[in-house]
Design a protein around this ligand. Structure first.
Ligand code: BGC
Length: 247
């Protein structure tokens, strides 16, 4: 019987869930998703988690939940792009009884990075790896020799007098109708700043835009190697399940 657990990835616009084969390092079947409720209060989100978990009949075991937040010891500590009612919520205490399962909570970019470093674009890379997820915000995951430094939050780094994610996230690209050259110009400034501070060996670019990596890759510039996320928009779900298995 293959080891399989559910991973859930909470984004600013949708919540995705998948059953992950922990031996093969891939999804079993399709991702299921639902719009992120607005407002995205803990109670409203819990109802979506219940509905999504119910779409995997017969599945068992812990569930891993990736949040767009700093998460320490299960507690959600920030809420940049979700309802502020999440701040201070103990994730497992909120969901375990209604879901009838144990749960582990972690940051969404950390989850995506865990999947990429174990099975994807960062597999086998020694040294410093920074995973970046471009979505409603910018998530970051920081690894040294495969070990995660959790909650790095480099999307909030100051860039050109403002937060990086308010200038170069995927949502900003859409809102400002930036074409690839205009957006990548901003991404390059961000990568340059990150490189000057951390000297990474590899940047992994994730989020839905990574599926279009070939269209903008020639415009990217960095002294570090740059690779697209192998799991693209699935990385958070896969990494959440992996974290649940390892916890
Ligand atoms: C949050 C991070 C999150 C990222 C991507 C940021 O606004 O502060 O915790 O990883 O968005 O969702």
């Amino acid at each position: 019987m293959p080891r399989q657990l559910i991973g859930i990835d909470v984004g600013g616009s949708s919540i995705k869930a998948g059953l992950v084969d922990l031996d093969a390092g891939r999804l079993v079947g399709d991702l299921k998703s639902a719009p992120t409720p607005q407002p995205s209060t803990p109670a409203a989100m819990l109802a979506v988690f219940q509905q999504l978990v119910g779409r995997f009949p017969g599945s068992q075991g812990r569930v891993g939940i990736a949040m767009p937040s700093v998460v320490k010891h299960g507690k959600v500590l920030t809420a940049a792009n979700i309802d502020h009612g999440w701040i201070g919520v103990d994730g497992p205490a909120l969901v375990e009884r209604p879901l009838g399962r144990n749960a582990i909570f972690l940051n969404d970019a950390d989850a995506a990075g865990v999947a990429e470093v174990k099975w994807g674009a960062g597999k086998g890379t020694q040294g410093t790896v920074i995973m970046l997820t471009f979505g409603t915000g910018i998530g970051t995951a920081f690894f040294v020799d495969g070990i995660l430094l959790p909650n790095s939050e480099l999307g909030h780094m100051e860039l050109k007098g403002r937060e990086a994610e308010k200038w170069t996230s995927a949502a900003v690209r859409t809102a400002e109708k930036l074409d690839w050259p205009a957006w990548i110009e901003r991404v390059n400034v961000y990568l340059e700043q990150l490189y000057a501070l951390f000297w990474p060996d590899l940047f992994i670019l994730g989020g839905a835009v990574s599926e279009r990596f070939d269209e903008f890759a020639p415009l990217l510039r960095s002294q570090a190697q740059i690779k697209p996320a192998a799991f693209a928009g699935q990385a958070g779900v896969i990494g959440a399940a992996l974290a649940a298995a390892d916890s």
